[in-house]
Write a protein that binds this ligand. Sequence first.
Ligand code: SF4
Ligand code: SF4
Length: 120
Amino acid sequence: MSGSGLLKCWQDVPPGTVTFGATSREVETGLWRSMRPVLDAAKCVSCLKCWLQCPDASITTDSDARVTGIDFFFCKGCGVCAKVCPAGAISMCPESDFLSAPAEASRGASPGKAGELFGA
Ligand code: SF4
Ligand code: SF4
């Protein structure tokens, strides 16, 4: 298959583009979000299903393992947390509902900036 057209064998594919480790902490995946999980703390029964299932480890907890909120720097708005919550404590709302929110509340505390990393 090599050199014959669009398809290549795996040996022809260039090496991946990850150039150094631990970069995922710097990538603001929250920028992808079109829907936002909203936590109703009064309904939460601290089962931690959302914390366990969140693919981006965006559910934050305190030292007593109670859910304290959502890290919007990483939360992609996939809705898994709302789906698995047995108490209906998480609702998914359009990001457009939060356009007037301060940037910090909208994007979350910033542990790193993708713009700096990639020279933007
Ligand atoms: S919407 Fe998805 S990424 Fe965001 S907190 Fe819920 S499970 Fe995690
Ligand atoms: S899944 Fe729902 S009830 Fe369980 S910890 Fe998360 S928000 Fe609370």
